[in-house]
Design a protein around this ligand. Structure first.
Ligand SMILES: Nc1ncnc2c1ncn2[C@@H]1O[C@H](COP(=O)(O)OP(=O)(O)OP(=O)(O)O)[C@@H](O)[C@H]1O
Ligand SMILES: [Mg+2]
Length: 269
């Protein structure tokens, strides 16, 4: 079953068609990649699906069987759509544990303000919740830093924390915006392994935007390719990799087989 479906999804900024007639299905339980050159509409897609941007009339976005096209962003989040940002947005002064609790706030009665102003009170209120969040922190390897301010974590650890905080929102669909950007190759591999483990443990469906094509090829079971706001290809990683139109859209020039292979195995496009 498709967890997320878009039909004729379109959006314009003035005269610019940032998204044109996109029909896309993300199957429940899938790891779905969304790739395309700079400015092809990937972030616009995230913003449309999370309700931050409103699409043109005639567009349809269905999530988990419900038409959410006209839902406010917070209602879409409550239904189980969560995204991470390429630029991390953590509360540096708050502890690691309070950061994941903040992710969880959409499901608890006291809300985010209570967490910021009375974090100890909120934590004391719900030790089961605390246990659940500690389990999540262990999963991303940060439990021993639970009481440290998030600002003291390394770059890689902050990335793990933003992942943990997103999962604390109990999403069904987790959309990751360039999860591997800026990491060393060894850290990229371990991060993606954690992402896949989290997917199993928390029964997630993943939609991943990533410029490092190797990550997409190794991790995704289906890939959609955008160019100028339009879908120009879709299929398994192997199918997409062999599609000449996709290669041309990406690189805009003829490439040797060797160069193409290099782009898809280590390339950072
Ligand atoms: N707020 C905005 N106002 C006007 N134009 C915008 C806005 N946001 C995006 N665009 C334009 O819409 C198009 C799609 O942009 P988008 O950010 O979705 O691309 P992208 O695929 O995420 O690119 P990148 O890989 O660089 O992140 C681009 O031409 C961009 O300039
Ligand atoms: Mg973008």
């Amino acid at each position: 079953m498709a967890l997320l479906e878009t039909r004729a999804l379109s959006m314009s900024f003035g005269g610019l068609h940032a998204m044109s007639n996109l029909d896309m299905d993300v199957q429940e339980g899938a790891v779905h990649g969304l790739i395309g050159p700079n400015g092809s509409g990937k972030s616009t897609f995230f913003n449309l699906v999370t309700g931050v941007y409103k699409p043109n009339p005639g567009s349809v976005i269905r999530f988990d069987g419900t038409d959410v096209t006209h839902f406010e962003a917070h209602r879409i989040a409550e239904r189980g759509v969560t995204r991470t940002f390429q630029l991390l947005r953590l509360f540096s002064e708050m502890t690691v544990l309070d950061n994941v609790l903040a992710g969880h706030h959409i499901h608890v009665p006291y809300g985010l303000a209570a967490l910021i102003f009375k974090p100890k009170y909120v934590r004391a209120c719900d030790s089961a919740l605390r246990d659940e969040m500690m389990e999540l922190l262990s999963f991303v390897g940060l439990h021993e830093f639970a009481e440290l301010p998030a600002g003291e974590l390394s770059g890689g650890q902050r990335r793990l924390l933003s992942l943990g905080r997103a999962i604390a929102m109990r999403p069904k669909l987790l959309m990751l915006d360039e999860p591997a950007a800026g990491l060393s190759p060894a850290n990229v591999d371990s991060l993606m392994q954690i992402v896949l483990d989290l997917k199993e443990r928390y029964q997630l469906t993943l939609l991943i935007v990533e410029h490092i094509l190797k990550v997409v090829m190794d991790t995704c079971d289906r890939v959609t390719v955008l160019d100028h706001g339009q879908k120009i290809g879709e299929g398994t990683p192997a199918e997409v990799k062999d599609d000449a139109a996709i290669i041309e859209a990406y690189l805009g020039k003829e490439m040797s087989d060797e160069e193409v292979r290099a782009a898809f195995t280590s390339g950072h496009l």
